[in-house]
Write a protein that binds this ligand. Structure first.
Ligand SMILES: [Fe+2]
Ligand SMILES: [Fe+2]
Length: 465
């Protein structure tokens, strides 16, 4: 088959222009997907919380910390998804979405458990799962929230945020009356940012699903149990402002939220910081499923090795590595009941699985400077013969950078453990891929992968000698 190669000219990106708030605001859409929330949930929660913080008279530094606590409150969201699936035999996305509307009143909790546990499982499995939750529900919920909050705080630390932001994320699910999780902290001992973030997310969830009155009713009904009365009083003040609600319900809320970041504290992202952000989000992606553990990191390493063999300049390789780290960001929007399924996917499940590439492209294209990375995220399952997905692009439409990530992606998929089979030895994986060079894979990229593996082998042999 004749190969046409469309090496897209590598766009030089002016990173000076990337603002931290815009970058993390865009990436927070991936966190919304994992939480099963409508797009923009973290951003809208930020709008709500900053208004509450302002009504409280918080100074700029604290508003800045509050801003990022709320925007990144769900950083740990992917770490408990697989466990939720396993324990509740449920789709983690709808489970997480609906859980946000449940109060701690027993009838509601029980109703939630019965309506969400093992709906598609056999009767015996469903009974076993419900029994386990009835017996150990408190501890199970505590463990799920602890994992999520601790991991979230850890990632915030990796993203260079100060302790106050990390602590705010850590205590997100603590309640004013001390009955929250995981540590049952009460009253003013709960970090202020957590108290505001908790209220903000509940307001957004109820406002989005049932409107302004429903949000207000919910806030008032949880006053003193979930919510700090002072935070509620400040929110009541904010709620009198008509414009607050108008923007919250509008398409422009995102732009308005970016404008809310305290001006004197705006941060521009440099190259090193961009690497750290890409690496942190790769960890979030890879934590979603036990079977994708380390996948994005390895695809980045293989992509870099291939690009090095193909003579890419260092700066271009650095950018490609970030694209490889984020290529599967859309997988955060795929349920673990599909990602971790031990068996053949049915047609509807395949559609959801294939959709991850589109989601990757959608999320990354929210950032103007990531346009090239977005194309790689959207195109990494395309094939040269046009039989790939999601768009069925052909060789004339697939850039060399995307071809590199495709080769690296499949090589890692074959040589890592999967739900349905064990890892494959490297020679066997290369043999399978060789059969698809020219139809699926680019010959130059595949040859570069082989050369780089040979070079690594030689180094290993020299070291062993
Ligand atoms: Fe993928
Ligand atoms: Fe992948």
């Amino acid at each position: 088959m004749t190969q046409l190669k469309t090496a897209t000219p590598w766009t030089s990106i002016d990173h000076e222009n990337i603002r931290l708030s815009e970058l993390l605001g865009a990436l927070s859409h991936a966190l919304d997907l994992t939480e099963g929330q409508p797009a923009g949930h973290c951003v809208r929660s930020c709008w709500i919380g900053i208004h509450v913080g302002r009504a409280m008279g918080l100074p700029d530094l604290q508003l800045w910390e509050l801003y990022y606590t709320i925007l990144l409150k769900d950083l740990g969201c992917s770490t408990n998804a697989a466990r939720i699936c396993q324990l509740y035999l449920a789709d983690d996305l709808s489970f997480k979405h609906d859980y946000k509307t449940v109060s701690d009143r027993l009838p509601q909790v029980l109703g939630f458990v019965f309506s969400h546990t093992g709906l598609k499982a056999g009767l015996a499995d469903r009974f076993r799962a419900i029994l386990n939750i009835m017996q150990n529900g408190g501890e199970i919920a505590r463990e799920l929230i602890e994992t999520r909050c601790q991991r979230g705080a850890e990632i915030a630390r990796q993203l260079h945020f100060p302790k106050a932001v990390c602590d705010g994320i850590l205590s997100l699910d603590e309640h004013w009356n001390g009955l929250g999780k995981p540590n049952q902290i009460a009253g003013p001992a709960i970090p202020l940012y957590s108290r505001i973030a908790l209220l903000s997310q509940i307001v957004d969830v109820f406002h989005r699903s049932a409107g302004r009155e429903a949000a207000l009713t919910e806030v008032r009904s949880r006053l003193g149990t979930w919510f700090d009365p002072h935070v509620v009083a400040c929110f009541e003040q904010v709620a009198e402002d008509e414009r607050f609600w108008e923007v919250l319900a509008s398409e422009t809320v995102e732009t308005e939220v970016f404008a809310l970041e305290p001006a004197r504290r705006q941060i521009l992202v440099d190259e090193d910081y961009l690497d750290d952000i890409a690496r942190a989000f790769a960890q979030i992606i890879d934590s979603k499923s036990p079977f994708t553990s380390g996948h994005s990191e390895r695809v980045a390493v293989y992509s870099d090795l291939i690009a090095e063999q193909m003579g890419f300049p260092v700066e271009r390789r650095r950018w490609l590595k970030r694209a490889a780290l984020l290529h599967d960001i859309g997988k955060l929007g795929v349920s673990n009941s599909i990602l971790d399924k031990n068996g053949k996917l049915d047609e509807a499940e395949w559609v959801a699985m294939r959709n991850h590439a589109t989601l990757s492209e959608n999320i990354l294209s929210r950032i103007e400077a990531f346009a090239e990375m977005a194309r790689i995220g959207g195109g990494h399952h395309e094939r040269l013969d046009g039989k790939g997905y999601p768009k069925g692009l052909d060789a004339t439409q697939i850039a060399v950078e995307t071809r590199i990530v495709s080769v690296a992606d499949v090589f890692d998929a074959l040589t890592a453990n999967r739900p349905y089979r064990d890892a494959m030895p490297i020679p066997k994986a290369l043999g399978i891929m060789r059969g698809e060079v020219g139809t699926s894979f680019d010959p130059d990229c595949f040859a570069a992968l082989e050369r780089s593996l040979d070079a690594l082998n030689t180094v290993a042999e020299l070291k062993a000698a």
